[in-house]
Design a protein around this ligand. Structure first.
Ligand code: MF3
Ligand code: CO
Ligand code: CO
Length: 284
């Protein structure tokens, strides 16, 4: 018999609130609860919200400018200059050695594609643009798919189902539910449509750091993973594949994640705040 150090700890001298008591009771019964410092203050939430406004404007601007014949480096330049001009910082630039201000992932590239002058968008491509913004120290992380001209019905369906997976996953997240509820809903919707869910990468806590707890798996069982508590901020970012869920990292750059069967992949991402009633999107 042994006891485990509590994750949810009320600072010395502070009276436990009703919320503290509720979370601590669940922890006593064995739930994986967040550390109390994962609960964002109203001031922090305001800061993340403002960062989200810039992040959204960037992805809107990309949507206006993206076209066949342009390079992914041009997308990087659009993201970089808008970010800097608005007093923010592109979070990926220099992050663990990542060299650019945005990730651009075309067709069979799942995520973390590096913008390049020699990579030219063509009619029928589907591309994920994933942008993380830091404003006054607060992080907002979101990504969207853009379809270049007309594409095949199967690729269009993949893009649509991936979007629905994000929406359905977000709907499944309820206060005092569990992170596993999200992944379970996403996995069901993907499978129902004949697609698979990438398992090697997940959503994450965000807001005062780029990647924080919890791990938000896009597959799994209801009632597993971390307890969802109002005030938590995290991303959901399902990567949905047309073929196998298996992926590999391109050894040429150490970043680009590609489907093992080189069939297409699609991803959408938002940063969310858990409220008393459910998730609120901070990136739209
Ligand atoms: N924005 C990605 C995410 O959703 C992370 C990109 S990290 C990078 O978590 F280094 F590849 F840019
Ligand atoms: Co993210
Ligand atoms: Co992202």
């Amino acid at each position: 018999m042994f006891t485990r150090r509590r994750r949810w700890r009320v600072p010395m001298g502070e009276e436990p609130t009703a919320l503290d008591r509720r979370v601590m009771a669940l922890e006593s019964r064995g739930a994986l609860v967040p550390r109390r410092n994962l609960i964002r203050t109203p001031e922090e939430i305001e800061g993340i919200r403002k960062s989200g406004v810039i992040n959204t404007a960037i992805l809107d601007l990309v949507g206006e400018k993206i076209h066949a014949g342009m390079s992914t480096l041009e997308i990087d330049e659009i993201v970089h200059s808008y970010t800097i001009e608005h007093g923010a910082i592109p979070a990926t630039l220099g992050y663990e050695g990542y060299p650019k201000s945005v990730c651009t992932s075309i067709n069979e590239v799942v995520c973390h594609g590096i913008p390049s002058a020699t990579e030219i968008l063509k009619e029928g491509d589907i591309i994920n643009v994933d942008c993380t913004t830091i404003l006054n120290g607060f992080y907002a992380d979101a990504s969207r798919m853009y379809v270049i001209g007309g594409t095949t019905p199967q690729k269009a369906k993949l893009v649509q189902v991936a979007k629905e997976c994000l929406e359905i996953g977000a709907e499944a997240a309820k206060p005092f539910g569990f992170v596993g509820d999200i992944g379970n809903a996403i996995e069901k919707h993907a499978h129902k449509n004949g697609f698979s869910v990438v398992r090697d990468l997940c959503g994450h806590g965000v807001g005062v750091k780029f990647h924080d707890e919890p791990e938000v798996l896009h597959y799994g069982k209801k009632g597993t993973g971390m307890l969802l508590v109002p005030g938590m901020v995290f991303t959901i970012e399902p990567m949905i594949n047309m073929g196998t869920w298996k992926v590999f990292i391109d050894s040429a750059d150490g970043w680009t994640v590609i489907t093992e069967d080189e069939k297409p992949s699609a991803q959408w991402e938002h940063s969310f705040l858990m409220t008393e009633t459910g998730l609120e999107i901070l990136t739209h």
